[in-house]
Write a protein that binds this ligand. Structure first.
Ligand SMILES: C[S@@+](CC[C@H](N)C(=O)[O-])C[C@H]1O[C@@H](n2cnc3c(N)ncnc32)[C@H](O)[C@@H]1O
Ligand code: SF4
Length: 378
């Protein structure tokens, strides 16, 4: 059987954070029930498409999957296990907000086979958490984190952010030191991105954000501190202890196939990339009337990225980088003939060469968007 990843989008949060543009609505029990029923019928209807596949990674993302009631969670997982084949020993991740975790939920996840938790902390400073519109304090995170350990979770990822309003390098270093103390298996660290349609987007000028140089210093402090303390940077924003890279997220970056269910979820299946619109009502209606309509990325994406550029773009996100021989085997072309501009970034130490592998250095990762637009063809 061929392998496939499964993504389930849970579009609910207790309250929207002021910076976040992920598709989610304020949680509502009635809508949750309706949505879980729709998800289950969608999975059941489409299951025949995946009868030759075994799902070796499952990822419940959001939104906040941990807002779901135990009843909903049991029902959803039961539906997945009844209709799809899950690989024994596969990775099963759920994203959780610390303000929503308790022993009953954690035991429910364990019972259902969840073996990886990804918990959003963002900062260890309560003032910063409050300024971001988060619903929890550091102490609530700590309670949830240690409870998860007690319940037997031995693969936990912590999300943090830097470049926050009013944040100075020393403030971020305190968060970094504190986060390392939890000794989680994985850390994701994102630079705060100001999204237009969010409260932060509407008052950007009043936010007192760090400038580019300050953000760069924070990023370099992040890479140095985590590297020194045993987490290896394997992607721009992701750091893992040995053997704890996110297998599900690696599928995205290695151009492996996955399918998504739920509004705003993306899929890459049978060579085709598509997604469902960010609209829960339309999604539920779509399921009731047959199947929700898919939007092809080739039609929605104005940049029309070609397959070779897409491969390079995704591979360079990883510290494992691009192998010239692998590239040649895949496209029957020479990487350096196709992407000659990359050479100048070797000279500036933004890209390193190791054997036949080209990869970004930490310094290069920080400006990778800029470099990629220079070297790719779109
Ligand atoms: C779906 S959320 C994680 C789970 C849960 N909803 C929570 O927030 O605790 C995914 C992560 O994306 C990151 N994120 C969301 N919006 C962001 C933004 N505008 N800039 C940078 N990172 C962002 C946050 O670190 C967040 O933890
Ligand atoms: S960061 Fe997480 S909790 Fe906050 S709005 Fe986004 S998805 Fe919801």
């Amino acid at each position: 059987m061929k392998n496939l990843g499964l993504y389930i989008h849970i579009p609910f949060c207790i309250k929207k954070c002021d910076y976040c543009d992920f598709y989610s609505l304020c949680h509502d029990e009635r809508l949750e029930e309706e949505y879980i029923n729709a998800l289950c019928s969608h999975i059941k209807k489409d299951a025949y498409l995946y009868k030759d596949y075994s799902f070796d990674t499952v990822f419940f993302g959001g939104g906040t999957p941990s807002v779901l009631s135990i009843k909903s969670f049991d029902k959803l997982v039961n539906c997945i296990k009844t209709n799809l084949t899950l690989t024994q020993g596969g990775e099963f991740t759920i994203e959780a907000n610390p303000g929503t975790l308790n022993r009953e939920k954690l035991e429910c996840y364990k019972r259902n086979g969840v073996n990886r938790l990804s918990i959003g902390l963002q900062s260890t400073n309560d003032n910063e958490l409050c300024g971001l519109g988060r619903i929890h304090t550091l102490s609530e995170f700590e309670q949830g984190y240690y409870l998860a350990r007690e319940c037997g979770f031995d693969n936990i990822s912590i999300d943090i952010m830097y470049g926050l309003p009013n944040q100075k390098l020393d403030d971020f270093k305190k968060t970094l030191d504190h986060v390392c103390e939890f000794n989680s298996e994985h850390i994701s660290a994102y630079c705060l991105k100001i999204e237009e349609n969010t409260p932060f987007g509407k008052k950007q000028d009043a936010l007192n954000l760090p400038n580019d140089d300050e953000e760069y210093e924070m990023y370099m402090a992040l890479c140095e501190a985590l590297n020194e303390k045993g987490w290896q940077q394997y992607e721009i924003s992701n750091f893992a202890k040995e053997n704890y890279r996110s297998r599900h997220n690696l599928k995205y970056w290695l151009s492996q196939e996955y399918i998504g269910f739920g509004p705003s979820s993306h899929s890459f299946f049978d060579g085709e990339r598509y997604f469902y619109q960010r609209d829960i009502k339309k999604y539920i209606e779509g399921v009731c009337n047959g199947t929700p309509s898919r939007v092809l990325e080739s039609e929605a994406d104005e940049t029309h990225i070609n397959k070779m550029d897409e491969y390079v773009l995704l591979k360079l996100r990883l510290s494992d980088g691009i192998s010239l021989s692998e590239f040649k085997n895949r496209f029957n072309k020479d990487f350096l003939n196709e992407y000659p501009n990359i050479e100048k970034y070797v000279k500036t130490d933004h890209v390193s060469i190791n054997g036949d592998i080209y990869s970004f250095t930490p310094k290069g990762f920080f400006v990778s968007n800029y470099i990629l637009t220079d070297i790719l063809h779109f």
